[in-house]
Ligand binder design. Sequence first.
Ligand code: DWN
Length: 413
Amino acid sequence: MSRKYLQSSCRICSNTTLHSFLDLGSMPIPNGFLTKEQLSQKENKYPLKACVCTSCWLVQLTHVIPAEIMFRNYVYIPSTSTTMVQHFESLSIESSKKAYLRKNNLVVDIGSNDGTLLSNYKKNGARILGVDPAQNLAKKANAQGIPTLAHYFTKELASAIVAEHGRAKIITATNVIAHIDNLHDAIDGVRTLLHPNGLFVMEAPYLVDLIDNNEFDTIYHEHLSYFAVHPLQKLFNMHNLHIIDIIKQPVHGGTIRVYVSPIDSNYSVHPRVENFITEEKVKQFHTLAPYRDFASRVKNMKKDLILLLKRIKQEGKFIVGYGASAKGNVLENYCAINSDILNYIVDSTPYKQGKYTPGTHIRICSEEKLLKDRPDYALLTSWNFTEEILEKNKKYREGGGQFIIPVPGVRIV
Ligand code: DWN
C-alpha cells in the first residue's frame, strides 16, 4: 500500500523535492465510522505522513486517498456546534459587507455541507447555490431549501453554473480547499465563476498555528494541504487572482479567513497580508527547522498522553472520550488508545451515535451518557471546542469529573 497513492510532486508548483517530516503511521480514513457488523470486516489502512515542498513550502500529505472513498457519504456536520453556527453567521455578515453584496446577487458555497453557511446569505435576499459531493448532505440541504449540486467543484462545473446562474459575487469555501487534490482545476473554476468585482472567501486551518500549537491530530487523510500564506499567494497568482485581506479566526485551532479577488478588480490589498508573509519568514517556515522541531514535540506528546492514561487506568479510574471527531480518530490510532482505555466516546452528532471509531473500535454514545455515568475523566478530542464543551458540562465538572485536554500539551482541567 505504501507505493499506492504516493504523491510524486507538489500540487501547487510541481516541484518533486518533497521533504517528509512526520509519520503518524498507517490508519483508516478519519471519518470512517463503523457499524457493529463492520467491526469484524477487514479495515483499509493508509499511510499518514506529512511532507513539505522545498520550493513553495506547501505542507501536504505524501499519500492522496481517492476523494470517492472519503466524501460521497459524509458524517461531519458543522451545525453540531454553536460555535460554528455563530462563526458562519459572522462570516456571512463580514463578507457581504466587503463584497457590497446586493439582493439577488449569487453566492456559491464550495463544500456547502448541510447548508448552514448559505442559509445566512439566503436570509438576506441573495440567490444561493451549494456544491458538495456528499449525496447524503446534498439531499438534506435540498430538502431544507438550500439548492445544492451533489458534485465536486471543478472548472467544468463552474462553467455550467455560470451558464445557468451567471457569475457569483461571493464564492465561499470553508475547510474544503485543503481537501482538494487538483487545486489548479478548482482555483481555475473559482476564477471562471467569480464576478469581476466578486470575492472568493476561503477558510483553512493556518499552518503556523498547527505547528506552534502542536495540532498534529488535524493532520489526516481528508486534509491534503496545510496552508501557510506564502504558497497560497503563489497558487492564486498563477490564476490571475490575489489575496486582498486575511483575518485570523479562533476556530479549528487557528484558521485564516482569506479574501481573494481578480487581480484587476477594484479591491485594495490590506497591509496585514504582507505581515503574514513576513512573519512566516521570521519564523523560518521556508526552512526545514520548524517541521523537524514539530515532529519531535509530537513524539513527546504521544509519550506524555500514553503515560497519563496508563497511570489513570492503573488507579482503576473510568475514562471516556468526548467528541467522535476526525482529529480524535487520528489521536486514538496514533497513540493506540482503544476501548481498553476509553470505555466509550460521547458525541452530539446523530449520524455517529451507535457507531464505532475507525481502527480503534470504540463505541459512540450520546452526550447524555456522560452525566448518567459520571466517569472520572473525559479525554476531550474536540479540543477546538474546549470553551463550549466545558461550559456545556458544568454539572459533570462540579460533580468531580475532569477533562483531559491533549493539545497543545497534555493537561487536566
Ligand atoms: O476539516 C474538517 C473539520 C472542519 O471538521 C473536516 N474535514 C472534518 C471535521 O473534523 P473534526 O471531525 O475533527 O471536526 P470537529 O468540528 O472538531 O468535530 C467535533 C466533534 O465533536 C463532532 O463530531 C461533534 C462533537 N461535538 C460534541 O459532541 N459536542 C462538538 C461539540 C461542540 C459539542 O458540544
